[in-house]
Design a binder for this molecule. Structure first.
Ligand code: DAT
Ligand code: MG
Length: 135
C-alpha cells in the first residue's frame, strides 16, 4: 500500500469542512491510517514548508498554518496515492481549481486553500516522517 500526507488546514477546520474533505477521500476508496487535530508550531511549519522559505509569501504561510488547529492525516491507497489526492485537491489557486475538486468547490484564495497534499512519493515519505515519526 502507498501512503501520503494530507492536511486539512486551519481554514478548513474553522469552516467545518474536515468531514467533507475526509468523506471525499474515503468515498474515493482511500483509507485513513493516522489522523490528529494539531496546532502546528513554527518550527514544524518551517520544516514542512522548507522549500518555500525564500518565497515572499513564506511569512504569511507560516502565520496562517500555525494560526489554528489543522487536521493532519496519513491516507493510504493502492498506488500513486499522492497523485490521487492532488487531483482531488485541485490546483494551488482555488480561483483556477476545477469544479469537483476540494479547492475548486470550497475556496477562493491561494492563502486559504483548505488542504495540503504531498507532491510526490519522496515528499510523501518525508512529510509523513515530520508529522508521524516512526519510533
Ligand atoms: P500546493 O499547496 O498546491 O502544493 P505550493 O507547494 O506551491 O502549493 O505552495 C504551498 C502553499 O503556499 C500553498 O498551498 C499556498 C501558499 N502559496 C503558494 N503560492 C502562493 C502565493 N503566490 N501567494 C500566497 N500564498 C501562496
Ligand atoms: Mg506543495
Amino acid at each position: 500500500m502507498d501512503r501520503t500526507l494530507v492536511i486539512c488546514k486551519p481554514d478548513a477546520v474553522e469552516r467545518g469542512l474536515v468531514g467533507e474533505i475526509i468523506g471525499r477521500l474515503e468515498r474515493k476508496g482511500l483509507t485513513l491510517v493516522a489522523a490528529e487535530l494539531r496546532t502546528l508550531d513554527e518550527a514544524t511549519a518551517g520544516r514542512h514548508y522548507e522549500e518555500h522559505k525564500d518565497k515572499p509569501f513564506f511569512g504569511e504561510l507560516v502565520e496562517f498554518i500555525t494560526g489554528g488547529p489543522s487536521m493532519v492525516m496519513v491516507v493510504e491507497g493502492p498506488g500513486d496515492t499522492w497523485k490521487v489526492v492532488r487531483t482531488m485537491m485541485g490546483v494551488t489557486n482555488p480561483k483556477e481549481a476545477a469544479p469537483g475538486t476540494i479547492r475548486g468547490d470550497f475556496g477562493l484564495l491561494t492563502g486559504q486553500n483548505l488542504v495540503h497534499g504531498s507532491d510526490g512519493p519522496e515528499s510523501a515519505e518525508h512529510e509523513i516522517g515530520i508529522f508521524f515519526p516512526s519510533p
